[in-house]
Design a protein. Structure first.
Length: 179
């Protein structure tokens, strides 16, 4: 008979083990995301998938914050994060370190998520935008690539934390299947 695994049976890493473990070279960048619940979800996704960091730009809510804590359930302690003051300097520095800058946004240059060629030897910054306005024009001008999630209903977008989960899993799946 199938049973749910207990926390002990899951054998999760301790905080110190997780912090010392090599990370998948993906950073989630929040561009003016106002909801602490959405930010907390980004932290939870980054922890679950072993991503390098969550970086927070503009008016994005920053830890410590009750809404972040509610959804992150401690992931702000395991995942590295920073508040970005100057997005131009940030992107320039990341480009110099070999990161591909990817805005998750519907643009005239967007390609469907499933067609984007993911190279497991590359480093990526996945940018998710404001709940209402999406990725800012300021960041659109700086991005290397634009990805959108194909949608077939009447709505034109997904909740940012849902979109982040879909995109993050797609990238992780390609990394895991190509190692």
């Amino acid at each position: 008979m199938t049973k749910k695994l207990s926390l002990e049976e899951l054998q999760r890493l301790s905080l110190s083990e997780y912090k010392s473990k090599e990370k998948n070279q993906i950073i989630l960048l929040a561009d003016n995301i106002r909801s602490g619940h959405n930010i907390g979800s980004l932290f939870r996704i980054a922890d679950s998938f072993g991503f390098e960091a969550v970086d927070l730009y503009g008016c994005s809510v920053k830890p410590p914050h009750p809404e972040i804590n509610k959804t992150a359930i401690g992931a702000t302690e395991s995942v590295a994060w920073s508040a970005i003051e100057n997005i131009n300097n940030y992107i320039e520095e990341k480009l110099s370190r070999g990161y591909k800058i990817i805005a998750i946004e519907q643009t005239t240059s967007s390609i469907p998520l499933h067609t984007f060629p993911i190279n497991i030897n590359e480093k990526y910054i996945l940018i998710f935008g404001n709940e209402v306005h999406g990725v800012s024009d300021e960041i659109i001008k700086l991005a290397n690539h634009f990805i959108e999630i194909p949608q077939f209903g009447t709505k034109h977008s997904l909740n940012v934390s849902v979109a982040a989960g879909i995109v993050a899993w797609h990238f992780l799946d390609k990394i895991l299947t190509n190692k």
